[in-house]
Design a protein around this ligand. Sequence first.
Ligand code: GLA
Length: 390
Amino acid sequence: MSINIVLAQKFEDLAQTPPMGWNSWNKFACNVDEDLIKQTADAMVSSGMKDAGYEYIIIDDCWHGERDEKGFISANKERFPSGMKALVDYVHSKGLKFGIYSDAGWQTCGGKPGSRGREFQDAQTYAKWGVDYLKYDWCNTEGLKAEGAYLTMRDALYEAGRPIVLSICEWGQNKPWKWAEDVGHLWRTTGDIYNCWDCEEDHGTWSSFGVLRILDMQEGLRKYAGPGHWNDPDMMEVGNGMKVNHDRAHFTMWAMLAAPLIAGNDLSNMTQETIDILTKKEIIAISQDALGIQAFKYQTKDGVETWIKPLSNGDWAITFLNRSKNEQKLNMKWEEQEIIDPDFGYKMNLASQVYKIQNIWKEANLKDTQKPLKISIPAEDVVTLLLTKN
Ligand code: GLA
């Protein structure tokens, strides 16, 4: 007798660049229904976001109805009268992909049925609906070990047979960057984000954090990420009420970090400024660069952080993030810089190589690295340069 054993694994070849899309949670929380999802898919196309590279429409917590007598989950019937399969089909008909949400515990964070003990059954259901992406949360998991719980869902998805991106959402509590490369395609590194530049919102037993707080929590993690396995500093708050300079800096830093670019605002009601930020193609190109390496922090001076991201073909992106409340002037001689990636060893050859410089947000050319760099960086804002070989 011979037995064929199919070893489960994660689906390779997915998320080779940081996933781009939209998720309902930051703006709508539990207030989700099929009209919202359809309108959002429509808006992703009509706003130009799809053309800019956004792909996934992800419905977060609270879509759930009850389990049936056999334990199969379905969507809440009042909010999703046409059912989940029809909604997935609608999103696919727009040329987009569909993401869904569940939880490794017995209930989701919003108190809906979790997947604990039902992992294989739920994975089958998602595959049958045509789901392309699963965000898998970590509420109500007392007694569970994170690595094992996420491995179980990974294996369940593999067995169900449809390639589905697995987004691990255990808030960095069990250091997923150390074990999740073979388990999921991205992993949250922190607690929840909050639409504020530099704050902590205390909810009693947990906190959510503003953009700069989340950014500071990424220290030391860049060496763990790469194509198919990304650090996830949470979904974006662009267009959710911060000032435009904060939104621009937030978006730019997420791109520099090769973070998933998952919009979290109302796509049907965006200002032109929000659209311009979310669809800025040169910044998206930095995020989606095939090398898949996060920026490192090169130096901090007068409240200005210099972040540098190696790109494929020997190009580089540099972002000056001014965290101070004043405009800062910068006068820098390129030949005095020694720019070496501390984790991956890439080196900028400023002695033997002249790089052309493009100031991305200003849409201006700044000549090249033979001239000193003289720029000013507005308060709580960014200047991003693209350096390309001549
Ligand atoms: C957790 C996650 C959030 C969101 C909510 C839903 O807080 O971290 O991103 O999914 O649960 O309840």
